[in-house]
Design a protein around this ligand. Structure first.
Ligand SMILES: Cc1ncc(COP(=O)(O)O)c(C=O)c1O
Ligand SMILES: [Zn+2]
Length: 397
């Protein structure tokens, strides 16, 4: 027990350049309301020595603790999250010229990559004295918050769109969280949550409205680097985008690794969204600085039903600085990809993760990804609990 060795120095707002004391429990920038980001003293991290130190650690994301915000080891709330496999898929029939691999977060605690962000956010919130936590969620973030809060001994309240799959709702309740159903999408759930929680002294862990979930998501990029660099480091990463934290997190990982001299190139990031809710892809195509809300959103992928992501400037910036882009897929293509991944490759993917596979032929057709390139698909969650047949009926229905 003792110090983690975290090199966290402060928080900063990239919109107004405010600098904030990182030992305070804060959500968004007190000056302008935008997202706050953790800043580390990277000059103190010697790349070779850090590599050697990590080699003796277990494979959970806490192996990167110098670049995570938690200061005391006893504050860490962990279920062993992180360290997910990268599965080679070789050439796939939908895109025969590419070398395709898939990073599979379906086996993480609570069944999705949301465990990464919540493990770090709950640990840090508890360390800084939070007494209760809440989140609006499409489902997976709620399940992860419920599990980590239970383990931390903190009450959690989850606000879910009424149409959230019943399995996800039941999982939140199973961990003892208080669950409230809200008509509409995550946008309305977020508004209802902030209204209901005002004045209750609880801490909001909504996507990019506190500084630390994105630090947990950053470990997706740190792991991709550690597992593949340099021989099989991807030219492109294809990522299913809802709120966009994953893209922002991976972009931050590659920027920090570049700053310590660990890598000399970064993968292009491609955002995949469903045709029925694609505000990020549209803003990328239009060259807009931020997204406009998507009217009448609909999709079979609940985590991608985010019509107006908060901090969209940061999401667009992550894609653009990587020289990547965006692509949409239909719900039919998502369901087809779930079946292809399961039957051809033995991979159980959530609809969100399957969307990345569905995107492959489009990205090739667009000329975004060229023959011979290495492409990494990010499967963000398990497909267990989803039935492609039921999803297909709901599309026709
Ligand atoms: C399985 C799954 N994939 C992807 C996403 C979207 O994640 P992000 O906020 O990183 O864009 C979600 C969000 O709910 C999700 O549950
Ligand atoms: Zn600011």
């Amino acid at each position: 027990m003792g110090e983690t060795g975290s090199l966290l120095t402060k928080l900063e707002c990239r919109a107004c350049c405010s600098q904030i004391d990182a030992t305070r429990l804060v959500g968004t920038c007190p000056t302008c309301g935008h997202t706050l980001f953790a800043v580390y003293d990277l000059a103190r991290l010697d790349w070779q020595r850090w590599k050697d130190a990590r080699s003796g650690r277990d494979r959970s994301l806490w192996r990167y603790r110098e670049l995570l915000p938690v200061g005391r080891t006893e504050a860490i709330v962990s279920l062993g999250e992180g360290g997910s496999p990268i599965v080679s898929m070789g050439p796939v029939p939908e895109a025969p010229g590419l070398e395709v691999a898939l990073k599979d977060d379906g086996g993480l605690p609570t069944g999705s990559f949301k465990a990464r962000g919540m493990a770090v956010a709950v640990s840090r919130a508890r360390e800084l004295g939070a007494s209760a936590l809440f989140v609006p969620s499409a489902g997976n973030a709620g399940v992860a918050l419920a599990a980590y809060s239970a383990r931390a001994g903190l009450p959690a309240r989850i606000y879910l769109p009424e149409r959230t799959p019943t399995g996800l709702r039941a999982a939140c309740a199973q961990y003892g969280a208080e669950v409230t159903g809200v008509p509409g999408t995550i946008r309305e759930a977020g508004e209802a949550a902030r209204r209901a929680e005002a004045g209750r002294g609880s801490f909001d862990v909504s996507t990019l409205r506190e500084p630390y979930r994105v630090e947990g998501k950053k470990t997706m990029g740190l792991e991709i680097f550690e597992q593949t660099y340099p021989e099989s480091f991807p030219d492109a990463i294809v990522y299913p985008t809802g709120g966009g934290t994953g893209l922002v997190g991976m972009s931050k990982a590659f920027a920090e690794l570049a700053a310590i001299g660990a890598l000399d190139r970064t993968p292009r990031l491609y955002s995949v969204q469903p045709a029925g809710c694609a505000p990020v892809v549209r803003a990328l195509a239009e060259g807009a600085a931020r997204v406009a809300p998507w009217p009448d959103p609909s999709t079979v992928a609940p985590g991608l039903l985010v019509p107006a992501p908060f901090a969209s400037e940061r999401v667009l910036e992550a894609v653009r600085t990587s020289r990547g882009g965006g692509v949409t897929v239909t719900d039919e293509e998502i369901v087809g990809a779930m079946r292809a991944l399961a039957r051809r490759h033995g991979i159980s993917a959530a609809p969100e993760g399957a969307a990345t596979y569905a995107a492959l032929p489009h990205l090739v057709q667009q000329g975004a990804i060229r023959d011979g390139e290495r492409v990494l698909l990010y499967n963000t969650g398990t497909g267990l609990g989803f039935s492609p047949d039921d999803l297909e009926r709901s599309i026709r229905g």
